[in-house]
Every structure is written in C-alpha cells, then in structure tokens.
Design a protein around this ligand. Structure first.
Ligand SMILES: [Zn+2]
Length: 424
C-alpha cells in the first residue's frame, strides 16, 4: 500500500511538475496572444475600423501635395485651390474610403501671409471632414516653411511694399497647425508625437482593427515627420530609436503587418528607382518623370524597417512627377500620386488607394485619377520580385552578339583581302 502510494505520489509529482513546466513553457505564448489582441488597451493606441458592413476590407485614400494657399495674392492661386477641392471630391466620390491620409505639403506656407495658416489647412481637409471620413496627416517641407517675400511686392526702387493691412509673415508652427487640427476636429486621428522628438511633430501609430472586434489588430499604421521647412529634411536617429522601441513594444513578434507614411523619400528610394544603371527594376506605376529628391541623410530608419519582416510598404509624396512602387529588400517603397493643383508640375491629378484585407491579410493598392480612371494595380503584401534573370541573359547575349559581329575574324580576313586586292 505504502509502496503504491509512494509510487503514485512520485507519479503525481512528476505529472504536477510536467504540467507546471508545460504551463510555464506556454505561458509566454498565451501572454503574447492576449496582449497582442488587446494592444490598443495597453498602449493607448487609437484604432480604426471599416465604416461599412462587418467583414469588409479597410480602404485608405492618400492625398499628397495639395499646396493650398499657393500664390494666395494672385488670381490663379485661389483658382487652383478650388480645382484641388474638386479633385478630392471626385476621388472621395469614386472610392468612398474609410480613412484619408494627408501626406504632407497640405499648404504652401512660404506663400501664406496671414497669422493663422490653419485656415488653409481647414480648407484643404474640408472635403474629407464634410463626408464624415476620419483622417490623419504628416508634415511636409512646405507646411511650416518661412514666408518668402514675392518679387512683385517690391517697388521699382526695390523697397518691399505691404499689400495687406494685417499681414503676418512669421508663419504658423507645426505645433500650432497640429493643435488646430486636433482641437477643432474630432475626426482627425493625427497626434503631436513624443515631445522629446520635437521639433519633429506628427510621429505616431494607429491601429487598424478587425471589423468584428476593435481589440484585434489587423495592421499598424506608422506616421513619421520627415522634416523640412523650419528644420532639416531628415528622419533623425532619435525618431528611428523611438520607432524601434514602440514597434517592439506593440508588435514584439512581428505578427501584425505594418505600413509607413512620411513625406520626403529616404535615400533608399534612389537605390530602387525604376531604372538603375540602365537596368529596369520590377516596379509598378505610370509616371517616373523625376529624379528622387531624397532626405539629406539616412541615419537609421531604413535599418529598423529592414529588420522587421512585418513591414509591408512605405508611402511618400514630395516628388510630384513620380507615382511608382519598387521593391526594396522584403518590402515596397512607393510614391503616392500628386493630388493638388498647387505645387509644381501639370501631371494629371489622382490619389493612391490602399485596401487592407483581413484573414488572410492582403495589402492591395492602385491609383485612382480625378476623372475616375484606375491604373497601376499592385499586391504589396506579396514578396517583391527580383529583376527577371531572363532580362540579364538577353542583355548578355546582345552584348556578345555585337562584340562578335564587330570583331568576327572572317569579316576581318575578307576586309584585309579586299584591302590587299585594292592596293594591288
Ligand atoms: Zn510638394
């Protein structure tokens, strides 16, 4: 009896130990699952859900480089703002998105001679707000740029003349623009970002949640301020460090897909532009009219992105003549599409659209033009393809063919014979 009970006790101890060790081994995984499904509660992230019926995908329209307030003192300035409003109305009508991202250069502050440039900012965002669509923004290099005195405002003697009685040329700061955006508009999901990163504002994260349960994340949207205007055009090492920290906190196992938005392209865009050393890249888009005008320096943000397999794509504006997406390592680097009539360039106006599909996850994109035309469809959640080896083979064969044709010995011999017979 004793032996049996001792044996049973030992067995029980063993069972208890094994069940404890099993519990301890799976506890971290259970914790990760619980935590990752309640991230917005833990980290205070604001979340977004599809506005339409349950189970539907989440659609984002990106409005890039609107440049409201450009040449405000002339006839054509205000006229092009009206054209930008019409363009946005048409795009919203065709796509009816769940969310709009204003991708910087919302205004041309260097042309705005009034104390509160938020008036132009409000005008630019009105088509979205009027439809009750939530939205967010990042800053571009023109949004808080220093006012530049127009040449036509100088007298013949070269003295600057005041055109308006109540002009202010000091500009509206990023913080003031953000205060106004958040304070007056509950539909805005933009944030100031951590104060230790200032003067870089608009660094924040939003969560796209499942249509069935707001606590289940489907994707994270990261917004970064790429500088310009009142300070250098750069995503700083402090921002990269902050990004590394917060992404590891909210998405430690890289299980949730991540999507990035900022205004000025990184230097990495140079590396992937559609033609590199006369070799076409596997890019998708309709215009590639400009060289990449990148940030001044790269100090770490792209390394953070490369180290995270969850990163799907980056979207930038700034270069109005480009709308391509090209592969970079495991992710895609994309341009939006110039939406505004302000800013340089007369390429037809449009918007890049993103569609986020849950279970199984997919990130689709296309460009919708102001006239309703759609083009440049791409599946960004797929692994980017490398340049086709067939292409390189064709280039090699062509080079060999022309080399042989130029230096073919039979050709040389016949040329030599002809020369000798002529000479004779
Ligand atoms: Zn611009």
């Amino acid at each position: 009896m004793f032996i049996i009970s001792v044996f049973m006790g030992a067995n029980y101890q063993r069972r208890r130990r094994s069940s404890y060790s099993l519990l301890f081994s799976i506890l971290p995984q259970i914790m990760v699952l619980i935590l990752s499904s309640h991230l917005n509660l833990l980290f205070g992230l604001k979340y977004l859900q599809p506005r339409k019926k349950a189970g539907s995908s989440f659609k984002i329209a990106i409005f890039a480089d609107l440049h409201f307030g450009e040449n405000a003192w002339s006839d054509w300035g205000p006229k092009q703002d009206v054209s930008s409003l019409k363009a946005m109305s048409s795009l919203l009508h065709h796509e009816n998105p769940d969310f709009v991202v204003y991708l910087g250069d919302v205004i041309t502050a260097n042309n705005v001679p009034i104390a509160n440039a938020s008036l132009y900012w409000d005008q630019a965002t009105s088509p979205t707000r009027d439809r009750g669509i939530p939205w967010a923004s990042v800053f571009g290099n023109h949004d808080d740029a220093q006012f530049v005195w127009p040449v036509e405002w100088f007298s013949k003697k070269g003295i600057p003349l005041l055109h308006y009685g109540n002009c202010s040329f000091t500009g509206t700061t990023r913080v003031e623009l953000m205060n106004n955006q958040i304070g007056n508009d509950t539909l805005s999901f933009a944030q100031h970002g951590p104060t230790n990163l200032w003067p870089s504002i608009s660094n924040y994260v939003l969560q796209i949640s499942s249509s069935e349960d707001a606590e289940i994340p489907v994707a994270f949207l990261y917004f970064l301020d790429s500088g310009g205007g009142s300070y250098p055009e750069v995503i700083s090492s402090a921002q990269a460090e902050w990004l590394k920290g917060i992404s590891e906190d909210i998405n430690p196992d890289c299980r949730i897909p991540e999507i990035f938005f900022w205004h000025i392209p990184s230097k990495a865009y140079h590396e992937v532009a559609p033609w590199l050393f006369f070799v076409p890249q596997p890019c998708v888009g309709s215009i590639n009219k400009e060289r990449v005008c990148a940030q001044e320096i790269e100090v770490g943000v792209m390394k953070v992105l490369k180290d995270r397999p969850s990163v799907q794509a980056v979207f930038v504006g700034h270069d109005h003549g480009n709308d391509w997406c090209c592969p970079y390592d495991r992710l895609w680097l994309c341009y939006a599409r110039h939406t505004g009539y302000g800013g340089y360039g007369n390429w037809a106006r449009g918007a890049r659209i993103l569609e986020i599909v849950d279970r199984p996850f997919a990130l689709k994109s296309w460009i919708r033009m102001e006239d309703g035309f759609v083009h440049s469809h791409i599946l960004l959640s797929s692994q980017p393809a490398s340049p086709a080896p067939v292409f390189f083979l064709l280039v090699l064969l062509s080079v060999l063919f022309f080399a042989i044709k130029s230096f073919h010995p039979i050709g040389l011999i016949s040329k030599a014979k002809a020369f000798i017979s002529q000479a004779a």
